[in-house]
Ligand binder design. Structure first.
Ligand SMILES: Cc1cc2nc3c(=O)[nH]c(=O)nc-3n(C[C@H](O)[C@H](O)[C@H](O)COP(=O)(O)OP(=O)(O)OC[C@H]3O[C@@H](n4cnc5c(N)ncnc54)[C@H](O)[C@@H]3O)c2cc1C
Length: 129
């Protein structure tokens, strides 16, 4: 829904080809698409001049194999405002813990937070030994 709406800035017509007859996007995103005259669903058009794929997002957290607490969509849970995970000394940054923005700049920002928090963690355990 989001990508098709965005593409209408650059194209006079956008067709959505979807694998089933209902959408899972939020109601507001769906209503934006439905009310947008540039967007058509399930096209009769046989040869579009351009094709953009948008296949959703699945966080790459399977390798963790239950070692960190995840949410119901398999994103790593972090303590609010930090990159701390359910395991002390393990920090999560970027798309694996960011369900909302999933942008390079937010990944870099949380990466910086994780580096600083890891450094503080190492200092803390170093000074307590
Ligand atoms: C088509 C597309 C367009 C985008 N356009 C923009 C844009 O214009 N602007 C913007 O800000 N953001 C954009 N993004 C989003 C941006 O790319 C991501 O938010 C950002 O790359 C996330 O960084 P990351 O380091 O968290 O994850 P990634 O960049 O995905 O890096 C994760 C790395 O971990 C590796 N990895 C995964 N599993 C394992 C494993 N088990 N062992 C070892 N390595 C592993 C992967 O191979 C990958 O190299 C776009 C994304 C896509 C898909």
């Amino acid at each position: 829904m989001e990508e098709s709406t965005f593409l209408t800035k650059y194209s006079s017509k956008v067709y959505i080809i979807h694998w089933r007859d209902s959408f899972r996007a939020s109601k507001i995103m769906q209503s934006r698409v439905i009310s947008n005259p540039k967007i058509e669903r399930f096209p009769t058009c046989k040869s579009p001049p351009g094709l953009f794929f948008a296949i959703g997002h699945e966080p790459a957290t399977k390798f963790l194999d239950g070692q960190l607490q995840l949410d119901s969509d398999d994103y790593v849970l972090t303590h609010p405002g930090t990159t701390k995970t359910s395991v002390p000394g393990v920090f999560a940054a970027g798309d694996v813990q960011d369900k909302k923005y999933r942008q390079a700049v937010t990944a870099v920002g949380t990466g910086c937070m994780a580096a600083l928090e890891a450094e503080h963690y190492l200092q803390e355990i170093g000074s307590s030994n």
